[in-house]
Design a protein around this ligand. Structure first.
Ligand SMILES: [Fe+2]
Length: 402
């Protein structure tokens, strides 16, 4: 009896699904790391004016804190002090920043602080000194200068260049993906472990099944050894019973059960003396009565055999008749267990279509007529109908080597 398990059948499909999920998650993680690495190298630019910027998270603002007039050798000059703020309101720290500020007219730098200043006509390029080069999220850095100009000065456009600290472990996506990979791996391991356990269980079940089948076969061999003239009878009856059960809608496990019960239906013959069992001629009344006791002997032998439900009924009641004239319990109709009614039809059909010591095998047509005649008296009419259909479909009789 083959036992199939959905789990084992699905394990290869499950493994493919896990492999696909792993691949997608790992690719996503790899992609995220690459993206963050690439973004960390990138230089961002914010262009703006002092009135507003296109990206308000990073911005430069200023204050002209002082202005004065002074005379110099060059003539009337204007002095101005500017204080600038670079503000980082973004989520990440920025570093390696550089500011470019365009003034409206030419000027000269008198003094400056918090960075290196480089002037190119109207443009001022500011690079922070070492301690100002990093601006943590939510903070600002300042720089400033004093300039001398020939005319009124104001700040026009500016550009802020910077790099942002993209650390992949700072993003919740990274930890979400890591968690998904760990969870998928855990589920995969559990699945594999369950599969392993299930397979061992199934192997054990198959071993037990094999032991049972070998036991049944051994019992059947004992019966055949006891009654060599009917060798192969048990096998054929078992096969017919299984075919009948199949047509009656029994599932595969049930058909197997019916097969083995039918195989052992005559086990009680072990208790009948060989002189009667192997007598070549007709039996007298006393001998016939003795032979009839094989049903109760069989029932007693099998009554403690719980592995195969119904096996006792098969042996004890297979000579009961639908009309109550059978032996030995004289049950009628559906009081006779169904397994026994099935075996009764299978047993009688094989008895007719197999050779006996005292006669040749009877033709199938004859056996078919006998089933029809005895339907409702000896046999359950429903089971006879099933057997007739099997005969008409030429599924029976079967050729079985003993
Ligand atoms: Fe029998």
């Amino acid at each position: 009896m083959k036992v199939k398990g959905w789990f084992s059948d699905n394990i290869k499909k499950n493994r493919r699904i896990y492999a696909a999920v792993f691949a997608v998650l790992l690719l996503a993680l790899f992609g995220l790391v690459l993206f963050y690495n690439e973004m960390g190298k990138r230089t961002f630019i914010v262009k703006g004016t002092m009135e507003g910027t296109e990206r308000s998270m990073m911005r430069i603002t200023y204050e002209r804190s002082k202005e004065w007039s002074e005379h110099s050798t060059a003539g009337f000059d204007k002095g101005m002090e500017y204080d600038f703020d670079v503000t980082n309101d973004g989520a990440g720290d920025i570093y390696d920043w550089q500011a470019e500020i365009i003034f409206t007219s030419d000027y000269a730098i008198d003094s400056s602080w918090n960075g290196s200043f480089e002037k190119a006509e109207h443009k001022l390029v500011v690079r922070p000194d070492e301690e100002n080069s990093e601006i943590p999220a939510g903070s600002k850095r300042t720089f400033g200068l004093v300039m001398i100009s020939l005319e009124e000065q104001s700040v026009g456009e500016y550009r802020l260049y910077y790099k942002e600290d993209f650390t992949v472990t700072d993003t919740p996506f990274f930890w979400g993906l890591v968690a998904a990979i760990i969870i998928t791996f855990s589920v995969f391991c559990t699945d594999e472990l369950n599969h392993h356990r299930y397979r061992r269980l199934r192997e054990r079940q198959e071993e037990i099944q094999a032991i049972l089948v070998e036991s049944y076969t051994t019992f059947a061999n004992i019966i055949d050894a006891k009654d060599p003239y009917t060798q192969g009878h048990s096998l054929r009856v078992a096969e017919y019973a299984r075919l009948i059960a199949g047509r009656m809608g029994y599932d595969e496990n049930e058909r197997e059960r019916v097969y083995w019960i039918a195989m052992l239906h005559d086990i009680g013959k072990i208790g009948i003396t060989d002189t009667i069992l192997q007598k070549p001629g007709q039996l007298d009344n006393s001998e016939y009565s003795t032979i009839q006791t094989h049903v109760d002997i069989g029932g007693e032998i099998l009554k403690d055999f719980k592995a195969l439900p119904g096996i006792e009924d098969g042996a004890r009641y297979h000579h009961e008749r639908w009309d109550g004239k059978g032996y030995s319990s004289h049950l009628t109709g559906k009081d006779i267990p169904e397994i026994a009614r099935i075996i009764c039809v299978a047993d009688s059909f094989d008895a007719m279509t197999s050779p006996r010591v005292y006669r040749k095998a009877l033709p199938v047509d004859f056996a078919r007529e006998e089933l029809v005649k005895c339907s409702g008296t000896q046999f359950d009419p429903d089971i006879v109908s099933v057997m007739l259909a099997l005969i008409d479909d030429e599924e029976v009789p079967v050729e079985i080597e003993a």
